[in-house]
Design a protein. Structure first.
Length: 467
């Protein structure tokens, strides 16, 4: 196993599960170049605060994260978002405007909240309602920006779609593949001839409108009481003693007569099969002498860098009521921040009584120049932009800056076809599998699924007669 993030840990765990099911003694070695497991997942306890430097939750509509937690016996550790104030704000000028109730990512499903919101101009509202009358097109892959402009207009893109989607994918909407990220919108156009009609019908099937339907549908997100590191720790605990090698970077992987040779700076290992869960550009480097064409394809997947700014304040020094889970920032506002999450409001037990904890985000594909600022410049800009929006009258109790260079793959138009070509090249090499957020989804459940699928394929290849 190459890579000790959530994908690699999930793959290793699935191999162990399969080996136990079939009473096999399989040796696993997990190589991780850094000094810890978990990849971008990083939970820190500080002065009574529980800080997530990376992902703070995962979605439950994709079952793989919940299923893994269940198999690990972590159900009692799961915790939903707080029930109150499940709403998102969007920055417009110097004001945080709530996303209208019933507005789902791209379009409205309730008329009155949409008509009365100050988020859009009357011209913008009328243009969005034209989606009900614009004929649908035959489904094809296109960028998010192209789709939203065509169906809902420029204002819908600038004010909602771009900031909401950038908050998830840190992506440029002009390049982001709709088919690879949100194919349901293409399906709505095909089945109903309208995004608004499609969303309304989807809500009817689910039952009734609720406040949780506004924004990112936070009721569908869960975390662990003691932070996301709970999942990493449970997976690590399951691994056999001595199977993990930290600070061991893989330099090359090559075929041998009956398997694979894995070279690191410290050692050369031999294996029947290998699963690589690193970023695709890292995989390209270590497979350059083996894949050739495949390595070139792996390098075609672009990545963006982002940073997380954690800020803690005394609530006494904040005049805003903090009656939501956070806000997103449209690119047209020309700010350093792209989003901010109110961690202490979103989940319980994240800050001591009388304190508030925020996570602000910088960089991504649309603002790479802001990521390149110095640490002090990012911290200063984040505090300066938050202060007037939230009525903050003091310096933070503490601040943390965590950078994630080249961590977020960009699913550009044609991404699915590119992944198909990569997998075709990989399939020519028995006992080699790729997994990770570069291929089939960027969220934690997607990474879990990717790792487990790779493990099952490898097990089938090597021990197919057992299945």
């Amino acid at each position: 196993m190459v890579g000790g993030g959530i994908t690699g840990l999930s793959a290793a765990n699935r191999i162990l599960e399969l080996s136990n099911e079939h009473s096999l003694d399989i040796e696993i070695v997990l190589l991780e170049s850094s000094e810890k497991l978990g990849g971008n997942i990083s939970t820190v306890e500080r002065d009574g605060f529980l800080v997530e430097e990376g992902p703070d939750s995962f979605i439950t509509t994709k079952p793989w994260g919940l299923n893994l937690a269940s198999r690990l016996g972590l159900e009692d550790e799961l915790m939903p978002t707080n029930e109150e104030n499940r709403r998102t704000f969007i920055l417009r000028g110097n004001e945080l405007v709530p996303l209208p109730e019933g507005f789902l990512m791209l379009a409205p499903t309730q008329i009155l909240p949409f008509i009365t919101t100050p988020l859009f101009s009357w011209r913008g509202k009328l243009r969005m309602l034209m989606d009900l009358f614009i004929p649908g097109k035959k489904p094809r892959d296109e960028s998010l920006a192209s789709f939203v402009r065509r169906r809902l207009g420029e204002e819908a893109l600038d004010r909602v779609a771009q900031p909401m989607i950038s908050g998830v994918y840190t992506a440029d909407p002009e390049k982001l593949s709709l088919r690879a990220t949100m194919p349901q919108f293409l399906e709505m156009e095909e089945n109903y001839g309208s995004v608004i009609k499609g969303m309304y019908q989807a809500l009817r099937k689910r039952g009734k409108h609720t406040k949780s339907d506004s924004g990112a549908r936070y009721s569908m997100f869960v975390t662990f009481k003691k932070g996301m590191k709970t999942l990493v720790d449970a997976l690590e605990k399951n691994l056999p003693e001595g199977s993990v090698r930290l600070k061991e970077k893989v330099s090359e992987i090559a075929r041998t007569a009956d398997g694979w040779e894995v070279k690191t700076g410290e050692d050369t290992l031999y294996a029947d099969g290998v699963i690589i869960t690193t970023p695709s550009y890292v995989a390209a480097g270590i497979l350059a002498n083996t894949l050739d064409r495949g390595a070139s394809l792996l390098e075609e997947i672009e990545y963006a860098s982002s940073a997380v700014v954690v800020l803690a304040y005394k609530k006494y020094d904040i005049s805003s009521p903090l009656d939501g889970f956070g806000f997103v920032v449209p690119r047209i506002e020309n700010k350093t921040l792209i989003a901010c999450s109110y961690s202490s409001e979103k989940f319980s037990h994240r800050a001591p009584e009388g304190y508030a904890l925020f996570r602000a985000f910088v960089g991504g594909a649309i603002n790479p120049e802001n990521y390149r600022m110095t640490d002090s410049e990012i911290l200063e800009s984040a505090q300066k932009e938050l202060a007037p929006l939230l009525g903050i009258k003091s310096a933070p109790v503490f601040s943390i800056l965590k950078r994630y260079p080249g961590a977020m793959p960009q699913y550009s138009v044609g991404h699915l076809e590119l992944v198909d070509r990569i997998r075709a090249e990989i399939s020519k090499h028995r006992g080699l599998e790729l997994a990770g957020n570069a291929y089939g989804g960027v969220g934690i459940p997607d990474c879990v699924n990717s790792g487990e699928q790779a493990a099952e394929k490898l097990f089938q290849t090597i021990h197919g007669e057992m299945l």
